[in-house]
Design a protein around this ligand. Structure first.
Ligand SMILES: [Zn+2]
Length: 395
């Protein structure tokens, strides 16, 4: 204890302190990973730490970190000689947060209906990867130390490159699982309204038709380094069929990775779950039968409602305003049904613009406004999210 170096950091508000401390933890970790060749122990000390599993608050918290791994955490633990001590004072610590539904490679504009196509037309994949690196940095600095990136939105396999660059310490960002290109039915995903004279115009997802095509896409994406696969089970109406989703799930599960399904409607959700997917993303038009099936299949629900919660009052025209308002009402009812049935909810903000990256915690706040308790919302962004990623032993 006597030989530990003490750095004292003051905070003005507990909430600000909580998020700052997270950011500090991860910044220190990434710096350590690059500079230290011998094991180095860092000790963090703070007034409180939330034990997310039990829901109880640990007082006089100490966390020991060796290189980039937490090795111990508890109340008033001894700090080993030689450890660097960071005393965070009157702060509350909680685990690094996880976002299970992000698109770091996406910087789209809601204002321009052709913005998606223009991005594909005017930005190289190299540039998209660098945008992704900037988005990864703001996400990490917002306290999110792991993300599941559910489709690179037309930037090919640049998400694989970003994930690997972060792992090698070349750029700063959260630990990533990447879905690479995503898989959609031909003509049923962005960009829409491209001239039929341009059949080779790049697409947001890998477009398929038929079970063999689906299997080929799954194998290609896994071969190029996907950590999960993403399918689009509907887009206004059901799109991929059960027979198309099933071979994708087979190939993924053989490779010990999971499948996330974009599915809003009861029919899309039923098709995706019948084919064996592991999570339903959005589910904005889900009904009680949808949640019965999610529960029965032991799948996760990732509601992605935070953007609507924050954007509803600033919608520029009546139609999106009405849609967002109705979706918020339905989601409030559906969160109540999911809680009643014990459906596992994982946190995901779905940011896809320069403005929304780094605002991931909006999702956690929105879920509490729509019916989750604060502890349930934090679990959605920590323990539940880790389980969805299959990283419950790591993060
Ligand atoms: Zn999304």
């Amino acid at each position: 204890m006597a030989s530990a170096t003490v750095r004292r950091i003051g905070f003005t508000s507990p909430v600000r302190g909580m998020f700052l401390s997270l950011a500090l933890i991860v910044l220190c970790l990434s710096a350590d990973a690059q500079q230290q060749t011998t094991p180095k122990i860092t000790a963090l000390r703070a007034s409180r730490m939330l034990d997310v599993n039990s829901g109880s608050m640990v007082h006089n918290a100490v966390i020991l970190i060796q290189d980039d791994k937490i090795t111990a955490a508890g109340a008033a633990m001894n700090i080993p000689a030689g450890a660097e001590l960071m005393d965070l004072g009157d702060a509350t610590l909680l685990p690094g947060l996880i976002d299970c539904h992000t698109h770091l490679m996406a910087r789209m504009s809601d204002d321009d209906p052709q913005g998606y196509g223009l991005a594909l037309l005017t930005k190289s994949q190299a540039f998209r990867a660098l945008e992704g690196a900037a988005d990864a940095r703001v996400t990490l600095r917002a306290g999110f130390t792991a993300v599941r990136d559910v489709e690179s939105e037309g930037s090919g396999y640049s998400d694989v490159a970003l994930r690997d660059a972060i792992n090698q310490g070349l750029v700063e960002g959260p630990r990533m699982q990447v879905a690479t290109r995503g898989i959609a039915a031909i003509g049923r995903y962005f960009p829409f309204h491209i001239s039929p004279d341009l059949p080779d115009f790049p697409t947001g997802a890998q477009m398929i038709s038929g079970p063999e095509d689906a299997r080929r896409a799954a194998r290609e994406q896994i071969g190029h380094g996907a950590n999960l696969l993403k399918v689009y089970a509907d887009w206004d109406v059901p799109t991929l069929t059960i027979d198309e989703i099933r071979p994708i799930v087979e190939e993924a599960h053989k490779a010990k990775i999971k499948v996330a399904a974009h599915a809003d409607s009861p029919d899309g959700i039923r098709n995706a779950l019948t084919a064996g997917v592991d999570s339903i993303e959005h589910g904005h038009k889900a009904d009680r039968s949808s949640f019965d099936l999610i529960k029965q299949k032991n799948a996760f629900w990732v509601p992605t409602i935070g953007y609507y919660f924050y954007a509803v009052d600033t919608a520029k025209s009546p139609q999106p305003h009405k849609y967002m308002q109705e979706t918020l009402v339905r989601t409030r009812q559906n969160i109540s049904i999911a809680r009643e049935l014990g459906v596992k909810i994982a946190n995901g903000f779905d940011p896809d613009s320069a403005e929304t990256h780094g605002k991931n915690s909006h999702e956690i706040i929105a879920m509490t406004k729509l019916g989750l308790s604060p502890l349930e919302a934090i679990r959605a962004a920590t323990t539940n999210a880790a389980e969805l990623m299959g990283w419950q032993d790591k993060v």
